[in-house]
Design a protein around this ligand. Sequence first.
Ligand SMILES: Nc1ncnc2c1ncn2[C@@H]1O[C@H](COP(=O)(O)OP(=O)(O)OP(=O)(O)O)[C@@H](O)[C@H]1O
Length: 340
Amino acid sequence: MIAFKNVSKTFRLEKREVHAVQNVSLTIGEGEIFGIIGFSGAGKSTLLRLVNMLERPTEGTITIHGTDINKLSPKELRKRRSNIGMIFQNFNLFHSRTVAGNIAYPLKLAGWSKAKINDRVAELLSFVGLSDKAKDYPDQLSGGQKQRVGIARALATSPDVICDEATSALDPETTADILRLLKKVNKEFGITVLLITHEMHVIQSICHRVAVMENGRVIESGDVFEVFTNPQHETTQRFIQSVQQDLPSENIMQEWRKRGGKKLYRVIFKGSITNDSVLSQVTQKHDVHFNIVYGSVQELQEKLFGNLLISFEGDTPKIQATISELASLVDIREVTDLES
Ligand SMILES: Nc1ncnc2c1ncn2[C@@H]1O[C@H](COP(=O)(O)OP(=O)(O)OP(=O)(O)O)[C@@H](O)[C@H]1O
């Protein structure tokens, strides 16, 4: 478990102070994939550097597996650091070492015997699907393969893994591939993964919990399903919109208005109710018709999440009765932000 309690990090420059991390309290549970998302400059990298002990907090405490890391001696700190596997955005491989040599490196530092190192490297190469590349050099590999080496190296001695924008240098298909591999790392070995990203789809595809950072602070955090389906903060909403496209384009809306478009309502279904025919049952009961204008149903953390824009046709009192009844079953609200 990794716990931050009221952690702040201030960089003191010649003429000013930078409050890179401000009063952050977070708990990352054993065996979970925890994502930290934020725009550039939000403080994500600094938070990561505090976990791998490359920076010391100005205030507050960070506990890893019950040990307050501020209280460690330099020697203990080095040992602890070797227990945290780091996966880098730009891979950070030794170009003069082979793939096997890169993976063996942390094991050598940890004093493992040659025989044990060979076995472990073979096991890790097989896990990341690169057994045939053991003798190749990093420059002979694709970006995705390099990141697989990075993941194998991070796993070599580590009970915890942290990732610094692990997929931001990769194309979408390779990104999906690496995210699947990280998920497998977490599932098969129960390894805790802490990752930072500025891409919401990374959070959406593999994280269990998420914290959103802005100006050094955590502005929102929680279970990914909850945060996605009920974002509280405007910045969180912006991140979610980047993967959800819950608003049609202005052209579509103009067309809709031109054709005498009615009032629009956003209806949000969460979990099992998504499978029920709630909309058709309630509208039929009140003798109202509905029209789905835009929307999607997605899977998030193995649960369904529907986000639809609909309009109603029928007598106004009947529409009101329909909306009232729907409001007791799902989230429904009139959409005003699209109206000209
Ligand atoms: N060593 C440092 N000295 C001074 N200021 C720093 C230092 N490291 C980071 N900062 C500042 O702290 C703030 C947070 O930076 P940080 O790199 O943690 O953000 P980030 O969310 O990781 O951004 P990015 O996504 O661009 O990497 C920024 O204003 C940055 O300029």
